[in-house]
Every structure is written in structure tokens, then in C-alpha cells.
Design a protein around this ligand. Structure first.
Ligand SMILES: [Zn+2]
Length: 211
């Protein structure tokens, strides 16, 4: 089973009190989720994440893999980030990916791979997640998106503040596929062609990791 978490949800913005509920992220309490970001033209991160996730699921299923997604539409609210981690853990995913796009500085470009830091719960998968991250960085360069100019080092950023990485018991990374606040990245992120290329790149990384 391959776990896919398309970040946020299309109607999260309609329910601030749902988003503000406090969840345990493995180290501290934080909000259930956020609305996600969007481009200057109003193309939402939730839609981008959903499109790449469903393209990726189709690619993997066509190769015979089983897939579990943390949400089934882009027209709902939630689930909270801790529940997303639990869904992928409960499925005993061989590997999992959280799909996002960033809201960074307008001058900043590129994709970043966020990696877990050992916290007890995830201790058994920190090393395998890092190995998967290397595969993702290698494959994702084929999309034409550069490595981030502002987040992390050489495309990698270690994050101890995210439920999806703190609570995982399966190998997992979170990818910020580009910066929605940057005009060049935004044009790419909102194009169907890039979204499909991103899904192919992630499928390739998953195949590499599992073989
Ligand atoms: Zn996001």
C-alpha cells in the first residue's frame, strides 16, 4: 500500500473553528490544519495538491500498486493533520508522501523535501524516510522545478514541528512542490502539464525506493 496525503482541503477556508481545534502533533499542540496557500491569481494549493495526488494514485494503480488517500474529494473540510498521519500509519503503507506547495517569499523559487526528526513515535522510519527523500529529490528535478532557493539546504529541510512527520510510523516525506507566491513557480504549479509531470516524478521516486 502506498500512502498519499493531499494537503489541506478545498473547503477548509469555510470553517475556521474546525481548523483552530488543537491537535497533538507528537511534540506540542497545534491547529488541526490551515487553508493552505494560493497563487496571486487565486489558484489554490488544496486544488494543486489534490490534482497531483489523484494523478499519482492513477499512475501507481496502473502499475498494480494499492493506494490509500487521506481525503476523497477537494470539496470538503479536513481531516486534521494528526488524523491524516494515522490513516497512513493504519494502512501500514510501504511508503507515504504528503503533497503540498509552499507560500514562501515572492523572490524565492523551487521545491523542498521536508524530512522527519526522531521523536520516539517515528524513530523507526527516520532513516528510511531520508532515503526516500533522496529518491524524491532526484526524480523531481525532471519536472524542471529547481531545488528551493530559500527553504533548507540542497532541497532538504528537517522539520520537528509537523504532525505528518512526527507521528509517522511509515517511511514518509512532505514535498513542497514549488512556491505559489513566486510568479514563475505559480505559472508552473497551476498548469496541468506540470501537475502530471510532478505525479510521474513522485511515482518514479516511489518505485525507486521500493525496489
Ligand atoms: Zn500546504
Amino acid at each position: 500500500m502506498i500512502g498519499i496525503d493531499p494537503g489541506h482541503n478545498g473547503l477548509n477556508y469555510t470553517d475556521p473553528s474546525f481548523l483552530d481545534q488543537q491537535i497533538w502533533n507528537g511534540r506540542e499542540y497545534e491547529n488541526c490544519d490551515t487553508t493552505g496557500t494560493e497563487t496571486a491569481g487565486g489558484y489554490t494549493e488544496a486544488q494543486f495538491n489534490w490534482n497531483v495526488a489523484t494523478d499519482l494514485a492513477a499512475d501507481l494503480e496502473s502499475e498494480g500498486a494499492g493506494v490509500v488517500l487521506t481525503r476523497s474529494t477537494n470539496s470538503g473540510i479536513g481531516p486534521c493533520v494528526d488524523q491524516r498521519a494515522q490513516i497512513l500509519d493504519a494502512a501500514q503503507s510501504s511508503v507515504a508522501i504528503d503533497i503540498h506547495a509552499d507560500g514562501g517569499p515572492t523572490s524565492g523559487r523551487g521545491f523542498a523535501i521536508l524530512l522527519p526528526v526522531a521523536d520516539g513515535v517515528n524513530d523507526g522510519v527516520v532513516g528510511s524516510s531520508q532515503a526516500f527523500g533522496v529518491d524524491v529529490r532526484s526524480s523531481f528535478s525532471a519536472t524542471g522545478m529547481p531545488v528551493s532557493t530559500y527553504d533548507g539546504t540542497a532541497g532538504f529541510s528537517y522539520r520537528a514541528d509537523l504532525a505528518g512527520l512526527n507521528l509517522t510510523t511509515v517511511p514518509k516525506v512532505l514535498i513542497e512542490c514549488g512556491n505559489m507566491q513566486n510568479a514563475t513557480d505559480a505559472a508552473m504549479l497551476s498548469s496541468t502539464a506540470f501537475q502530471q509531470d510532478a505525479a510521474v516524478a513522485l511515482a518514479d521516486a516511489i518505485t525507486s525506493f521500493l525496489s
